[in-house]
Design a binder for this molecule. Structure first.
Ligand code: ZN
Length: 306
């Protein structure tokens, strides 16, 4: 049976129109699913945030979302500035060597010493000899009182009042012999998720920092800290921590946090990371620095104060 030519043409034309419509539908569907993926990625990225409390350590995000493999240019075209502060120095001996041994790192790290702890002065002497950036790291009242650690000396407490706090601060700083104390250029908070939100206590702390000509590094152990605003009101130079590096003490997890630090620096031109004198942190730092040394400037944290 044969169809007339005009009917055959009509059928062919209909098939082409229908085919086109199906292709258009397919493209629309693919676009929608792309947008769904973007939304999912954005959600995942937002979920990777810095720990803000003093409480139990949270595990890091399992997936690496952004690893800059090639040196990227920061917004102004110069290499982004990165400061890495090693906190809680003074509790154990011989913890600095693994960091100083990292090839090329030279004098690039900053050190937060807890004055009055057992090895504080011996380690600070070593840091002074190496002309390192040294900060007095002062234990301050956390929200969770059970996380107050013994062996660190008296914490600054909100209930101390201005006079009591100043006594404790002076006693802390007096544990440094004058030759070391004169080389300390900054002050930072160990814990302090409660104290750094208290107007009266922070005013006392920052007034002390101003009288001692110290800058303030806010470790940001709580998102509610008022450290920066109080320091700015009083004309004290201040800088804030952006990324905690080693809440999970595993080299891979620490390296991911260092990548996060670099990507923050690439977005904002500078970033501050805080780690601890753990062997795992030194291992991760050595690995990460070997890969990325050429795409950043490692600076003392004092260089990022404003
Ligand atoms: Zn600390």
């Amino acid at each position: 049976m044969s169809l007339p030519t005009s009917r055959l043409m009509l059928i062919v034309l209909s098939c082409m129109v229908l085919g086109g419509f199906v292709a258009w539908l397919a493209i629309q569907w693919m676009n929608t699913s792309d947008r769904r993926d973007e939304r999912a990625t954005a959600k995942q990225t937002a979920a990777v945030s810095e720990p803000i409390a003093d409480g139990p350590k949270k595990p890091a995000a399992p997936t690496k979302l952004s690893e800059p493999e090639t040196p990227k240019r920061s917004p102004t075209g110069s290499q982004p500035k990165v400061a890495i502060v090693i906190d809680d120095v003074g509790l154990r001996p011989n913890v600095l060597d693994a960091f100083w041994a990292i090839p090329g790192i030279n004098n690039g790290l900053s050190w937060a010493v807890i004055p009055g702890t057992r090895f504080a002065n011996a380690l600070t002497r070593d840091l002074v000899a190496r002309k390192a950036c040294i900060i007095a790291h002062i234990p301050m009242e956390p929200i969770a009182s059970e996380s107050i650690t013994s062996g660190l000396g008296d914490y600054l407490m909100v209930s101390d009042g201005p006079a009591g706090m100043l006594d404790k601060l002076r006693a802390r700083m007096d544990t440094f012999p004058p030759s070391l104390r004169s080389q300390v250029t900054g002050l930072s908070n160990h814990q302090g998720s409660l104290l750094t939100t208290n107007q009266s206590a922070m005013t006392t702390l920052i007034t002390f920092a101003r009288s001692e000509k110290l800058f303030f590094l806010d470790s940001r152990t709580t998102a509610a800290t008022i450290g920066k605003s109080v320091a700015q009101e009083q004309g004290v130079r201040v800088v804030e921590r952006n990324v905690f590096l080693d809440n999970v003490r595993e080299p891979d997890a620490i390296e991911r946090q260092l990548d996060e630090l670099l990507s923050h620096a690439q977005r904002k031109n500078h970033a501050v990371g805080i780690g601890h004198p753990y062997p795992e942190t030194a291992v991760a730092l050595a690995r990460w620095f070997r890969k990325h040394a050429s795409s950043l400037q490692l600076v003392p944290v004092s260089a990022l104060t404003q």
